[in-house]
Design a protein around this ligand. Structure first.
Ligand SMILES: [Zn+2]
Length: 193
């Protein structure tokens, strides 16, 4: 898949919205992302995961693990694409843990999957969990890396898309200046970009 095909799926499924948005931070932007939107459509999610899996074709993966909630569906679909086991980690009393009988054996070759990575907080917690279990981390995949800066996870990191949507103060917003009506967030608000 090329970049345009990936972007097309993100647009069709509503991951990428273009317009004039008021963010919860009070800033304005010309787009926003709702990464979970693509996970509503298994056929599209499967295609994206096939692409991510192809990037690890040279590596043996025994198990894919994703942090709940964002990584649950993605790791499952990655497991299908890589024909391996798929599990998820979840926080128990604030600590990322394995429950439900899920285990990682020492030396097991593991890939981490997360839907959207910004600062990599949850991914780093799963990396710690794997260290404790003596798993053999092979890399991290995500649908989107939402940042304009480099992220050092200490392992191979393959996001499908790197996105940085520009935002403006209301005073400097070119969309306001152009008279384009603003999209106000719903009760939950839009996530700040
Ligand atoms: Zn504006």
């Amino acid at each position: 898949m090329n970049q345009e095909e990936i972007l097309q799926i993100m647009r069709i499924t509503g991951v990428l919205k273009e317009g004039h948005f008021l963010l919860t931070s009070g800033r304005h932007s010309r787009g926003y992302m709702q990464c979970a939107s693509v996970l509503q459509y298994p056929q599209y999610t499967a295609r994206l995961c096939e692409e991510l899996a192809s990037r690890f074709a040279d590596v043996q993966i025994d198990t894919v693990i994703g942090p709940a909630m964002g990584g649950v569906i993605l790791s499952y679909e990655m497991g299908r694409a890589l024909k391996c086991r798929a599990i998820f980690a979840e926080r128990v009393d604030g600590k990322m843990s394995l429950r439900r009988g899920f285990t990682i054996e020492p030396g097991e070759k593991v890939l981490i999957a997360e839907d959207v990575v910004t600062t990599g907080g949850s991914v780093k917690e799963v990396i710690e969990l794997l260290k404790e279990a003596e798993g053999d981390l092979q890399g991290v995949v995500s649908l989107i890396h939402r940042s304009d800066s480099c992220l050092h996870l200490g392992t191979r990191f393959e996001p499908l898309l790197r996105m940085n949507i520009e935002s403006y103060t209301p005073e400097d917003c070119p969309l306001c200046k152009a008279g384009i009506p603003i999209n106000k967030p719903g009760s939950r608000g839009l996530k700040s970009i």
